[in-house]
Design a protein around this ligand. Structure first.
Ligand SMILES: [Zn+2]
Length: 136
């Protein structure tokens, strides 16, 4: 099917990155074993300082496991689809930037849950590199 296809749309989620050492949110030992997801509803985050502190604690812990992760053979296989001119786009739930690190073109990557590698100001929308925010 892949050899015969002209254009391929790829959907990816957490399972793609577990081989790269990034735990998924829902499996045993995952992020939601240690944190309560309902603590992080957007309205709660913007209205409560304690929730924001808890969010950034969780987010920093998760970012630390992601920032040095490397793409695995599955990311490389998807990059090969682009190299062969067959990749329409990647629609990913992942926020780990591993499709970027694998060498796929940024304009082919649609990160539906955003990315852990930049942070946007909720007041003015300005985007910051994540490392800059981690230093603060
Ligand atoms: Zn701002």
């Amino acid at each position: 099917m892949i050899e015969d296809a002209q254009e391929i749309l790829v959907f990816t989620g957490a399972g793609l990155s577990t081989e790269s050492g990034i735990p998924d949110f829902r499996s045993p030992g995952g992020v939601w074993d240690r944190y309560n997801s309902s603590d992080f509803y957007f309205q709660k985050i913007i209205s409560d300082e304690k929730t924001r502190e808890k969010y950034w604690k969780m987010s920093t812990e998760f970012y630390d496991t992601m920032k040095d992760a490397e793409p695995n053979i599955a990311h490389t296989a998807i990059r090969t689809l682009e190299d062969r001119g067959k990749l329409l786009a990647i629609v990913t739930q992942n926020i780990d930037h591993l499709h970027h690190k694998a060498g796929n073109s940024p304009d082919k990557i649609i990160e539906i849950h955003g990315t852990a590698f930049s942070v946007s100001c909720l007041n003015c929308g300005k985007s910051y590199d994540r490392e800059e925010i981690e230093q603060r």
